[in-house]
Design a binder for this molecule. Structure first.
Ligand code: FA5
Length: 358
């Protein structure tokens, strides 16, 4: 066997025994690369006599062509093998049972918050938001509750450390500062709903230091308390999923509304269950009133031209009523068994046509 045949055998063996594409590439570089064995042979032609070149040229070139062809053929085989291995590994077994149900659930307060938002969105209200840490000015002063006003005591405020300029931030005690934020940046007509977290130094079976409120605000030239009553009635029917409700208005006081009205809902608590629209009990629903002209002016709105109403209520309390939860503190105890029992299916967003809480 000539030297060239021996070299060729060696090269073909190395190609055949390359078990993956990286090993084959290493063989290719060692043979056909710049300093590969065949490349060196081809380079040596330059130093040969014309007669030697005539004999060796076709030998070396033939060797290079056969080696290149063997590498290409092996590469195709290895690529196919790799693809087959991947297909076998990634195979989908369509006979397997469906994935188990997701084990997380939606908290009843989030559920109630989504329901409130869906109902008011359907009534044409846009969702507005504000921060949990609020300016004292927006939480109180521009809502007609100046410093030292006795109404500040009604709120049991969590204060945040004083700022460099002496001003104070608070954890917002209600969602009403979103009224201020909205009026400062938007001209009437305004129609917003703002659900969110609120904070007060308060804790018992019906009071939590962190709780949730929803705030509504409508400002235009003609809106009046009759519109407010209709909106709240429609809200109650949709939220409690009943055809009929009866509401009672009570005179009240909020510094930011004049007149101020609190609304109760007729209900029946006999028989251990709460029913709406009948019975002799009344359930506190929301505070409300016509936005005080002074608030409109402090928020840059001409009170001689515009008027409107605002309302606000507690979302945790609504969730307690609707889902029969007696103690507000259980919302925040993170008890997994409780959450599994009272939680709602994840990804099942409440909508008016698809059903709110089913
Ligand atoms: C207010 O906070 C007014 N901002 C509501 C308002 C808005 C009136 C717009 C007029 C116009 P009040 O302090 O009554 O009002 O609180 C409203 C509701 O928040 C209460 O009815 C109750 O449902 C809920 N709430 C208040 N404190 C707590 C608490 N510590 N834990 C749970 N819910 C609470």
């Amino acid at each position: 066997m000539s030297d060239i045949q021996a070299i060729e055998r060696q090269i073909l063996d190395a190609i055949a025994s390359a078990t993956d594409e990286a090993a084959l590439e290493a063989v290719r570089v060692s043979v056909l690369g710049k300093k590969g064995s065949i490349s060196e042979l081809l380079k040596s032609l330059g130093g040969m006599t014309p007669d030697e070149r005539k004999v060796n040229g076709p030998l070396f070139n033939g060797l290079r062509d056969r080696a290149a062809a063997a590498i290409a053929a092996r590469k195709t085989v290895l690529e196919e093998e790799a693809l087959n291995a991947r297909l076998a590994f990634e195979r989908v077994d369509i006979t397997l049972p469906a994935r188990p149900e997701p084990s997380g659930s939606v908290h009843p307060v989030s559920q109630a918050l989504d329901e409130v938002t869906a109902i008011f969105a359907d009534l044409g209200f846009a969702v507005a938001e504000g921060p949990d840490v609020e300016f004292d000015d927006y939480n109180f002063t521009r809502l007609n509750i100046p410093p030292d006003h006795p109404a500040r005591q009604m709120h049991d405020t969590f204060y945040v450390a004083k700022q460099a300029d002496g001003s104070r931030h608070v954890l917002r005690t209600h969602t009403s500062p979103v009224q201020v934020r909205t009026m400062l940046k938007q001209k009437p007509p305004i129609r917003i709903i703002s659900p969110g977290r609120t904070y007060r130094v308060d804790s018992d079976a019906t009071h939590s230091p962190m709780f949730h409120q929803f705030e509504g605000l409508v400002i235009d030239e003609v809106t009046h308390l009759g519109h407010l009553k209709w909106v709240l009635e429609e809200f109650c029917k949709a939220f409690f999923e009943v055809d009929k409700v009866e509401m009672r208005a009570r005179p009240s006081f909020f510094p930011f509304t004049e007149p101020s009205v609190e609304w109760d809902l007729r209900c029946d608590r006999s028989g251990g269950q709460i029913k709406f629209g009948a019975g002799n009990d009344w359930l506190e629903l929301a505070g409300s009133g016509m936005v005080h002209p002074r608030v409109l002016e402090m928020c840059g709105i001409d009170s001689t031209k515009y008027q409107g109403y605002a309302f606000g209520g507690g979302i945790d309390r609504l969730a307690m009523l609707k889902y029969g939860i007696p103690d507000i503190r259980s919302f925040f105890e993170s008890d997994l068994r409780w959450l599994r029992h009272y939680g709602f299916a994840a990804l099942d967003l409440p909508t008016l046509d698809g059903g709110l809480s089913r």
